[in-house]
Design a protein around this ligand. Sequence first.
Ligand SMILES: Cc1ncc(COP(=O)(O)O)c(C=O)c1O
Length: 435
Amino acid sequence: MRRPVIRTPLPGPIAAGLIERDRRAMSPSFTRSYPFVMDHGEGCWITDVDGNTFLDFTAGIAVCATGHAHPQVVAAVTEQARRFLHMSGTDFYYRVEIELAERLAGLVFPGTPARVFFTNSGAEAVEGAMKLVRYATGRPNFLAFIGAFHGRTMGALSLTASKASQRRRFAPLLPSVYHVPYPSPARGVSTDDSMGAIEELFATVMPPESVAAAFVEPIQGEGGYLVPPEDFLPRLRQLTAANGILLVTDEVQSGMGRTGRLMAAEHWGVQPDVVCLAKGIASGLPLGAFVARAEVMSWDPGSHGSTFGGNPVACAAALATLDLLQEGLMENAATVGSHLLEGLRRIASGHPDLVRDARGVGLMAAIELDTPEHAVEVVQECFRNGLLLLTAGRRAVRLCPPLVVTEAEADLGLEILAAAVTRCSTSRPVAAAPR
Ligand SMILES: Cc1ncc(COP(=O)(O)O)c(C=O)c1O
């Protein structure tokens, strides 16, 4: 069994040089939590520029669904790159984009006519969906949830309510967005609390007939990998349908097989009106999409477009990704995901003072620490020992490995994580909180 190999101090000399250059040349707005400088990767394993090898349980923020540089994806990309790199779908037609749209529409809305708009990112998918629901309903307002992350462009940022640092000094945002608490046992918020808050908005500042859509993450991602109570999505579906409000699920992080189903909302049997996708859709090539029932996506020519959205190389990668998901990776996400969650629960029960919760669906899993500082310390200790993790929300440590992860690799990740938690519980050092 392969194990991480750390052969230099971290960062190593080459990484340190590149980080210094990055500091001078790149925007300082990013939030790198440790000095990992990528050189190459394969499956769940990545090697930095100094030859140190790590187990990657971040997948580039839940993106590399099929693992790093999957040969089938690389072959599809190479083949498409030889044919042509670009021919904007806004003005022209090409086969890979049409094929991908047909496949996604059929899988996301089985048995229902549906249409797809391709974008370059998650934020752009959300932004486009915001325009679409206004266009389709003629209504101005949006409903969203505290803790939500929908992206950083002005419209999407108006829905985002995850961390103050993401919104600070960017006002005024859209005035027509109303937030209510997202239900989560880990936060002590019930579905009744959330539904009550929506009803109160309906009765006061946001009459239901003014609401175009509710935007919701079926499992809240950046907010902390929060899994809602069983009845939440079905009740939200019911309430929105009863008021002519469209339901938009943001599956940018939870979708594309990560939870063991193609869409996370399938776990609760909920069919939305619009679905936003990105991240895992093309195994790392920049692609996003919003998919809607055909009668919702029936806007006029000229109403929306994109030069790069639906890039043919990204579409080819997405078709290869869908093949791999359907040939076994989604199933793997479900089985290895339950194994991983059992292990996280064992870690939590062994350290009840430090680890307050273990939760997740499939390969979207997390533990919640008692303080933000301890979450950061656990992530940094794992990095020093060859496991890449990220925090989520204020105090959670998320595990979102590539969907090719094996049970043995999950065990290895759990072993490194458990040792980091034990070390944290004995030393209790204080690190900087995430911004
Ligand atoms: C649920 C969700 N929606 C939207 C986005 C924005 O995606 P992008 O960073 O590709 O713009 C993210 C990114 O983390 C996300 O998790």
